[in-house]
Design a protein around this ligand. Structure first.
Ligand code: ADP
Length: 466
């Protein structure tokens, strides 16, 4: 249990961000330390070398003007002034014979690297460890004009102590940086993840209850806002699906019940009647008719639900709308004539191409045309197709019974039937299906109508851009 929750913490983005930020802080401070360390070391060495160089110059001048005794006296004075354990001075002959020195008591068996000078070298610097000494020594060797060598050594004690103090200070500072780094890292990671946590908590709350809730926008930044928007869109879509399922269930409960009840009534009447063969045959024929009607309703309902919820993708391709309109006109001509209606088709000579499913678009036009003829007793029905920039428009214009203002806002709803049309055969699904198909093609369907004058249904579809 413990190890599981422990490994959970290690797996969190917050923990990883903290580690990354702490690593970054420590890495940066290490780089800064190294840079300062190197600069400090080299400038300290430069300073001591400059001192050594100045001293060799001064001793050289003194030796040249006042001779070896004056030099020896100056060696003594200078080494006492600096501290005999911190500096030594020495003059040696080319055969390494010591001609003059300061007090070397503190320098034990110091082996001055006279032989380390190459013959053509005038001045050289060396850093050496001295046996018995805790600190190293920096030595300057200067060849004098008479061939003798002047050796001056300064202990690096001060430099080494300074560097040690610097290292100690850095170690403490590094510890503090590490601590602050992890705290800041944790804080930053916590802040960065707070938006995600908020969304997660809200999602959990929604998961347990009401899906109509929407996540509020916060102030955590664009990425979280995008996440919230995506989440809310997803919720809206789920709501739509749930509503769709609910509507279909409601429709089944209300609108399929009456045909079934009707069938049951017929069967019951036949059974309780005189039980003649003719009655049974009539009953069978009616049941078949009602069943077909029911199957048609169920299929249309399922198709609308599938299209509305975009569960099924159409197989779209370029379709010439003028072709569809023309063949629909021809197909419906006999029905129009039967009702004494003059059906006119008006299409341009050039093709009007949309990207879509030909069969479904055919069904849209057919449903509109069927209604136009169904809801007119005589007069005229016009089927017009035209192209405008970026759109293809198809209008079905009739001079039929028209639609009342009360019915007009509802005619695209499933199973809605206008008051005037109750006596006409229909199931109230034709326009809903047409609406679903047109919207699935990225288009729109609109209606203008007034009672007694007629109606104009217009489908607009985007031009094919493929
Ligand atoms: P149905 O025609 O089966 O009733 P629809 O979905 O096709 O179902 O139409 C819904 C309603 O819209 C109809 O019942 C009718 O009241 C009205 N309607 C549709 N088209 C027309 C039209 N061309 N003229 C008058 N009313 C119409």
């Amino acid at each position: 249990m413990y190890s599981k929750s422990k490994s959970k913490i290690f797996a969190t983005v917050k923990f990883r961000l903290t580690v990354m930020l702490t690593g970054l802080f420590s890495g940066l401070s290490l780089i800064v330390f190294l840079m300062v360390y190197l600069t400090l070391t080299s400038s300290l060495q430069q300073r001591i070398d400059t001192n050594l160089l100045d001293s060799t110059r001064e001793f050289d001048a003194l030796y040249r003007t006042h001779g070896v005794d004056a030099l020896r006296a100056e060696f003594k004075r200078e080494s006492e002034a600096r501290g005999i354990e911190r500096a030594f001075f020495l003059l040696a002959s080319p055969s390494h014979e010591v001609l003059a020195t300061s007090n070397l008591a503190a320098w034990g068996n110091l082996a001055v690297p006279l032989s380390m000078m190459s013959p053509d070298e005038k001045i050289g610097f060396r850093t050496m460890a001295v046996p018995g000494h805790r600190h190293k020594v920096r030595i300057a060797l200067r060849k004098l004009d008479d061939g003798n060598t002047l050796d001056i050594g300064y202990s690096l004690q001060d430099n080494e102590m300074l560097m040690r103090r610097y290292r100690q200070t850095f170690t403490t500072a590094f510890g503090i940086t590490l601590l602050c780094g992890s705290l800041i890292g944790w804080f930053v990671a916590k802040r960065a993840m707070s938006g995600v946590e908020r969304v997660t908590q809200a999602a959990t709350r929604i998961d347990r209850g009401n899906i109509t809730q929407q996540l509020p926008m916060g102030h955590e930044g664009d990425e979280i806002d995008t996440l919230v928007t995506a989440f809310n869109n997803m919720l809206k879509r789920i709501q739509m699906l749930v509503t769709e399922v609910k509507e279909v269930t409601d429709n089944i409960a209300h609108d399929l019940r009456s045909p079934i009840t009707r069938m049951r009534g017929i069967a019951e009447t036949t059974l309780t009647g005189e039980q003649r063969l003719d009655d049974y045959q009539d009953m069978a024929a009616m049941v078949i008719e009602e069943s077909d009607h029911l199957v048609a309703i169920i299929n249309t309902m399922l198709e609308i639900a599938r299209v509305d919820t975009a569960i099924e993708e159409f197989s779209k391709q370029p379709v010439d709308i003028t072709e569809i309109v023309r063949s629909a006109g021809e197909l419906f001509q006999p029905f129009a004539e039967d009702k004494g209606i003059c059906l006119e088709t008006d299409v341009p000579p050039e093709p009007l191409i949309v990207y879509g499913d030909g069969t479904r678009l055919q069904r849209v036009i057919a449903n509109l045309l069927d209604n136009a003829i169904k809801y007119s007793s005589n007069g005229k029905v016009r089927l017009v197709a035209k192209g405008i920039p970026s759109k293809v428009l198809v209008s079905v214009i009739d001079s039929g019974i028209g639609i009342s203002d009360k019915d007009l806002p509802h005619i695209f709803e499933r199973f809605y039937r206008g008051d005037q049309s109750r006596s006409t055969l229909g199931n109230g699904l034709g326009l809903s299906l047409a609406h679903a198909y047109v919207h699935a093609h990225g288009g729109d369907i609109s209606v203008e109508s007034s009672l007694g004058t007629g109606s104009i249904f217009t489908v607009s579809l985007p031009h094919d851009r493929h």
